[in-house]
Write a protein that binds this ligand. Sequence first.
Ligand code: NI
Length: 169
Amino acid sequence: MGDPRLLQRAEPITNFSGRELDVLLADMRDTMHELNGVGLAAPQIGVSLRVVIFEVNANPRYPDAESVPQTVLVNPVLTPLSNEMEEDWEGCLSVPGMRGLVPRYTKLRYQGRDEKGMLIDRTVSGFHARVVQHECDHLEGILYPMRMSDMRNFGFSDVLFPGQNVQDE
Ligand code: NI
């Protein structure tokens, strides 16, 4: 947070056949796994392109966490399917060590392309929908604190959730 590239609107991908996208995705996956994140957007590694990745694996330590399939989403388009919103805690690899309570649409459709240019079209809800909204906000230059309605619900992870190993997006 503080890097102006995180506040820019990212550019669409137009070429799915070159190596550029493969190299970018390899870098993004390495970064996300190294930092134990659930998602990452290209602007978070300084690349202003409309590419996000996310995945949530079932973890026996967190039985309530819904798993989300490993996804590469290029040039995403999000369409909320109701006006209903829900607040929940989020963290971000670009805002390390912090958590905030963020309102998100509970149900939405997302469309885009995978790394081979194939269409993706999914209707999701809950945590999956939250992760997609968080990552796609990065493509618009929006960080989650900018979505918060009450800054009293913003703080250090280890103070808010002592002893818990929380994951960032
Ligand atoms: Ni983030």
